[in-house]
Design a protein around this ligand. Structure first.
Ligand SMILES: [Zn+2]
Length: 111
């Protein structure tokens, strides 16, 4: 690991993925962690994201969580759930999701 940047004066560093508190050596270098640079904002200002070794090995890319638009069927049309009326949104929460076995799977399972 080659950490040229130091982290003096930083009280606590967290892993981006698992939020574990990361250790910093007395000389200010990271212990078992990796730095990733991300282009942030429209001005392209880079910022630093830190991941613990375990999370970095699993995924060395930075995933920025963002809202996901969910479409579902309501009164015969596919519409984003966020645009449904309040009552229908409540009904959506009560819906059960299930998977229908296809014929191939069904046959394999029965030998
Ligand atoms: Zn982690």
């Amino acid at each position: 690991m080659n950490n040229t940047e130091k982290y003096y004066g930083v009280e606590e560093l967290y892993c981006w993925d698992c939020h574990k508190v990361l250790e910093v050596n007395d000389d200010g270098s990271l212990v078992d962690a990796e730095k990733l640079k991300v282009q942030k904002g429209s001005d392209g200002t880079p910022s630093i994201v830190i991941k613990c070794k375990t999370c970095y090995d699993k995924n060395n890319k930075v995933v920025i969580p963002q809202a996901c638009e969910v479409y579902s069927r309501v009164v015969g049309y596919l519409r984003p759930v966020t645009q449904w009326n309040e009552a229908k949104q409540e009904e959506f929460k009560a819906r059960k999701v299930f998977k229908i076995k296809n014929d191939e799977e069904h046959n394999t399972n029965n030998g």
